[in-house]
Design a protein around this ligand. Structure first.
Ligand code: PRP
Ligand code: URA
Length: 209
């Protein structure tokens, strides 16, 4: 069974409260989402392997550690996942970025795919799939399926807010994928929105609507 890890760092929780607020403007919303993504990246990369190195400081030779050259790809689900990419790249600047375009059909709530472009060496990379909202879990489950079809094996899912329904759906479809979220909310409403959530993440990020 996939793990769900809630990142309860005070800075993440504080910024998430501002993100949820309906009075937060698109401009502020964008910067806050980027900042939270950066803070979350810190936790999501906690298991990255290190290797010992020797570094000559101005004083002496130090036994130190560096990342052991892990190859990473960030994969935002369009549109809203885009809002988290720059924050993550600040901490993982060498990551490549793939894109999956999906939108939810308003009536069926099923994901409709319109774009997919992955780094050529995706098979060799560890994937961090990013989307602020895990609602029914349909979009994330489909995106994970597309990534696996291309041969990637080690996949993590990072979102701001998850609904219990979405967590269960991803756990059922992809028990190997660990989920990182800043909050797990109460439920979905009849329109498939997370309650209390933050509204429509894409619209709030890009000022559409
Ligand atoms: C939102 C969100 C997720 C999806 C989550 O995207 O960014 O991708 O809904 O819902 P699900 O878990 O029920 O699949 P949306 O479909 O609104 O597209 P957009 O980002 O282009 O606005
Ligand atoms: N997509 C969003 O943007 N918000 C939700 O609450 C659910 C799906």
């Amino acid at each position: 069974m996939a793990n769900i890890c809630v990142l309860d760092h005070p800075l993440i929780q504080h910024k998430l409260s501002l993100i949820r607020d309906e009075n937060t403007s698109s401009k502020e919303f964008r910067s806050l989402v980027e900042e939270v993504a950066m803070l979350m990246a810190y936790e999501v990369t906690r298991d990255f392997p290190l290797e010992g190195v020797e570094v000559q400081t101005p004083v002496a030779l130090a036994k130190a550690k560096k990342l052991a050259g892990k190859k990473v790809a960030l994969v935002p689900i369009l549109r809203a996942g885009l809002g988290m990419v720059d924050g993550m790249l600040k901490l993982i600047p060498a990551a490549k970025v793939g894109h999956i375009g999906l939108y939810r059909d308003d009536e069926t709530l099923k994901p409709v795919k319109y774009y997919c472009k992955m780094p050529a060496d995706i098979k060799e990379r560890d994937i961090i799939l990013i989307d602020p909202m895990l609602a029914t879990g349909g979009s994330a489950s489909a995106a994970i399926g597309f990534i696996k079809e291309r041969g990637a094996k080690n996949i993590k899912l990072m979102c701001l807010i998850a609904a219990p329904e979405g967590i269960r759906a991803v756990q059922r479809a992809h028990s190997d994928v660990d989920i990182f979220a800043a909050a797990v909310d109460e439920k979905l409403n009849e329109q498939g929105y997370i309650v209390p959530g933050l509204g429509d993440a894409g619209d709030r990020l890009f000022g559409t609507k």
